[in-house]
Each structure stands twice: as structure tokens, then as C-alpha cells.
Ligand binder design. Structure first.
Ligand code: NDP
Length: 296
């Protein structure tokens, strides 16, 4: 059997970002609207700082307004909630993203649920979670949305396919499973208590790995020809060098799968592209405009 197709998330994301930039320009020209995303960063976690910087840069490159509000590690829950309330009330702000994790004195759920659901670009607000689960229009979490867009392109028709989502977090695993149910896949959700995980994976036409354990999913867990989406980002040391690897043993899976995302260059770039997509869609809906079909 020949090697799997490598799903080029970078190229896929570049295409989506170009279409988004085009639609942002049209929105400005036709309606004088510039979509705006505001990011709130509490504390100085280095990884969060990098993520927030990248999000800001991508937003600006798409022609959108990008604001970043830094709050100290010692900020109280009331101060963070007051910031969110101010952004909720600002009509120039179409999207709000509070970078997680938050420091322990701030209740993340309370902060997320204080965001106006129509501006909840991450799709984490309980109302958006409920809307997704009940098949209503909602803002959908960016990482699973990016996975779905790539799957739709590479896995052929999804209807009736057997999919396994390994991981049941609120930000990846659960919304991913909801999206696949919406596409009429038959979905298994696996987690740390699942028995015979290799056997469960071997039955699947689509494997989504979102575990956070380097190279846990082995090549002989994959059904020949399956589509594999690797969400994991793990930094490991190999041959004396630091390296990024996913949750799937890539080289092994490559010889069995039909298509597979690499790490890096797979799911990661699509997450940021979907953040921009959600911001544009939020801005359109807030102004009573149709969401551009080119960006769905
Ligand atoms: P969480 O730690 O929140 O969830 C991990 C899930 O994996 C849990 O449901 C856990 O099960 C399950 N799990 C852990 N160990 C095993 C095991 N041995 N067998 C089966 N299941 C197991 O992680 P996230 O969902 O936030 O992230 C997952 C990965 O995706 C991470 O590597 C993260 O860095 C990456 N990520 C990448 C993004 C991107 O843009 N590419 C964005 C977000 C995340 P249980 O519930 O039983 O504990």
C-alpha cells in the first residue's frame, strides 16, 4: 500500500485566510464595517503570550481590527468580569476571546459565560455549546471546526462513516463529536477509561486524536485507508533536540492511513484561520448580514 496523503493544514488555512481577507475587504467597502476581535490576556504565561500574539497578527493580516488587553496575574474575578462587560457593551467589538487558562482566583466558566454569546469567538459559552448540541446555529470552537473543514475535503462523504474521537475535553473532544454527529457519522468518544482503545480505533474510518500524549495512537491501531486528524501538540526531546509531535505515531500511521495531518502544519494553522472565520461571521450576524458562503 502506498503512503497516506499528507493533509497540508498550512495550505488549507492559507486558502481560507485569503478568502476571509477578501470578504473582510468587501464588507468594509459595501457596508463600512471592519470586524474587530478583542483578546483578553490575564497573567504572563509564555505559551499564552505566543498564542495571543499570533492571533493578533493573523487578525490584522486579514484586515480586521485587533485589540489586546493585558491584565496582571493578580487581577480579581471582578476586574476580569468588568473588562468582559465593557467589551460586551462596545459595538465596535464583534468578537471577544479570553485566553485560557486563567489564574486560580478567576472562575473560567463564570468569565466565559459572561461573554455575549454572539461575540463568543471560541464557542465555549454554555449557550453556544447547547446550540451546537441541539443543531442550532452557533459559534463553534475553532480547533474542532478546523478539523471538520479538512475532513470534509479529504475524507470523502462523511455520512454513515464510523468516527472515533479520542479525548473528551470541552474545547476539542466533545465539540468535535457533536460536529461529526451533525454530519451523520457514527461517533465513538474515547477517553482515559476506555477499554481496548486500539480495538475501538481499528474500527474507525476517521480517527481524531486529541489526547495530549505524544505518539500514543500507533500505526497498527489504524484501519487501512482511514483518515487521521492529529490534534495533539507535544514538545518532546529526541536525539538531543526539542521536537513537536502529535498524539499519533506519524511515521507508522503514514503507511496505513488514507490521509493524515502532520504536526506541526496540520490542525494548528486551521485553528487560527477558524478564529478569523468566527470573527467575520459574528460581525456579519451582529449587523444582520448574510455570512459569506465562500467562508462557510
Ligand atoms: P485535555 O487534557 O483537556 O483532554 C485530554 C483528553 O484525553 C481527556 O478527555 C482524557 O481523558 C483523554 N486521555 C488522556 N489520556 C488518555 C489515554 N491514555 N487514553 C485515552 N484517552 C486519554 O486536552 P485538550 O483536549 O485540551 O487537548 C488535547 C491535545 O490537543 C493537547 O495535546 C493539546 O495541546 C492539543 N490542542 C491543540 C490545538 C491546536 O490548535 N492544534 C488546540 C487545542 C488543543 P479523561 O477525560 O478520561 O481524563
Amino acid at each position: 500500500m502506498s503512503d497516506a496523503t499528507i493533509i497540508d493544514g498550512k495550505a488549507f488555512a492559507a486558502g481560507l485566510r485569503a478568502r476571509l481577507a477578501d470578504q473582510v475587504a468587501r464588507l468594509k467597502e459595501a457596508h463600512g464595517i471592519t470586524p474587530g476581535l478583542s483578546v483578553v490576556l490575564v497573567g504572563e504565561d509564555p505559551a499564552s503570550q505566543v498564542y495571543v500574539r499570533n492571533k493578533g497578527k493573523a487578525t490584522a493580516e486579514a484586515g480586521m481590527k485587533s485589540d489586546q488587553f493585558n491584565m496582571p496575574e493578580t487581577a480579581s474575578a471582578e476586574e476580569v468580569l468588568a473588562k468582559v462587560a465593557a467589551l460586551d457593551a462596545d459595538p465596535e467589538v464583534n468578537g471577544i476571546l479570553v485566553q485560557l487558562p486563567l489564574p486560580p482566583q478567576v472562575d473560567s466558566a463564570a468569565v466565559i459565560n459572561a461573554i455575549d454569546p454572539g461575540k463568543d469567538i471560541d464557542g465555549f459559552h454554555v449557550i453556544n455549546v447547547g446550540r451546537l448540541a441541539t443543531g442550532q446555529e452557533s459559534l463553534v470552537p475553532c480547533t474542532p471546526l478546523g478539523c471538520l473543514l479538512m475532513l470534509k475535503d479529504y475524507a470523502g462523504p462523511l455520512v454513515g462513516k464510523r468516527a472515533i474521537v479520542v479525548g473528551r475535553s470541552n474545547i476539542v473532544g466533545k465539540p468535535m463529536a457533536q460536529l461529526l454527529i451533525r454530519e451523520s457519522c457514527t461517533v465513538t468518544i474515547a477517553h482515559s477509561k476506555t477499554q481496548d482503545l486500539p480495538g475501538e480505533c481499528r474500527r474507525a474510518d476517521i480517527v481524531i486524536a486529541a489526547v495530549g500524549k505524544p505518539e500514543m495512537v500507533r500505526g497498527d491501531w489504524i484501519k487501512p485507508g482511514a483518515t487521521v486528524i492529529d490534534v495533539g501538540i507535544n514538545r518532546i526531546e529526541r536525539d538531543g533536540k526539542m521536537k513537536l509531535v502529535g498524539d499519533v505515531a506519524f511515521e507508522e500511521a503514514l503507511t496505513v492511513a488514507g490521509a493524515i495531518t502532520p504536526v506541526p502544519g496540520g490542525v494548528g494553522p486551521m485553528t487560527i484561520a477558524c478564529l478569523l472565520r468566527n470573527t467575520l461571521h459574528a460581525a456579519c450576524r451582529q449587523h444582520g448580514l448574510e455570512v459569506p458562503p465562500e467562508t462557510i
